[in-house]
Write a protein that binds this ligand. Structure first.
Ligand SMILES: [Zn+2]
Ligand SMILES: [Zn+2]
Length: 273
């Protein structure tokens, strides 16, 4: 049974175009996970526009969209996602990082609002259900697809996800900061034995001291966590917009030495789990 992950946006913080980032891609977070006939989307950054264009020809779409959080780089593709404008489509939008007193529906109403944006979410013609949950809760996307969640360490909160299907598993852990020198045991347990782990690798260990408290981690921490959790494939993700293709090539060579079989996320990459 198919269990695949396709990357439509891999960049952190802000989209970046131009020749220096063309090979890995400049769009922000957007992943498409297929579990046989179920479609799960993770985050809704600028990459989601391209995903939507590709899905637009499909028969009625029924999909879950799991947001790590609602910082701009993870939601700004939403108003440009064509399938939201087709009445035959059905979506469930999930968020687990919002505290009491705030809902995803309200965040969307305040995000797509004049004078920041010309039209409100009511322009969507698809059925869009907004689903708030508390991090840590286990969700499902169809009877055979389990979606576990965990709170990450990020300003305003963020949710990490683990998808389990047909005896395989995949983790999506972005926008999280580590504590230097101390493996996050809770996160390592959450990742345990996963077939692939996408991890916030915004910085290198050398760069990190300048960005303490910004809510991001390093590819080296990703390697340490994967080793602690018995994970063989790290996917280096949420690239700093200042990291050029050449720099990412260099990180790719280093990560291959540290944890062979790992990859640097790039637009168009497909992992078959
Ligand atoms: Zn981000
Ligand atoms: Zn963020």
């Amino acid at each position: 049974m198919t269990f695949s992950v396709r990357f439509w946006g891999v960049r952190g913080s802000i989209a970046c175009s131009g020749p220096r980032t063309a090979r890995y891609g400049g769009n922000t977070s957007s992943l498409e996970v297929r579990c046989c006939d179920r479609t799960l989307l993770f985050d809704a950054g600028t990459g989601m526009r391209y995903l939507g264009n590709a899905m637009d020809g499909e028969a009625p779409v029924d999909a879950d969209v799991f947001l790590t959080h609602t910082h701009y780089d993870h939601v700004c593709g939403i108003p440009f996602f064509r399938p939201f404008f087709r009445p035959s489509n059905r979506f469930r939008l999930w968020a687990g990082h919002l505290g009491a007193g705030m809902t995803l529906r309200r965040v969307m109403d305040e995000f797509m609002v004049a004078p920041l944006f010309p039209v409100p979410p009511q322009v969507f013609r698809a059925t869009v259900d907004y689903r708030d949950f508390t991090c840590g809760k286990e969700l499902t996307s169809g009877p055979d697809v389990r979606v576990k969640t965990i709170a990450l360490n990020h300003p305003d909160g963020a949710t990490g996800y683990r998808v389990e299907f047909d005896g395989r598993s995949f983790c999506y852990l972005t926008d999280t900061e580590h504590v230097p020198g101390a493996i996050d045991r809770k996160l390592a347990k959450f990742m345990e034995g996963a077939d692939a782990v996408v991890y916030d690798s915004m910085y290198t260990d050398d760069e990190y001291p300048k960005y303490v408290g910004w809510g991001h981690s390093t590819w080296q921490e990703g390697v340490r966590l994967c080793k602690a959790a018995g994970v063989k494939k790290l996917v280096v993700f949420h690239h700093d917009p200042e990291h050029t293709d050449e720099m990412l090539d260099g990180i790719g060579r280093q990560v291959e030495k540290e944890l062979p079989g790992s990859v640097i996320a790039r637009e168009g990459l497909v992992l078959e789990l």
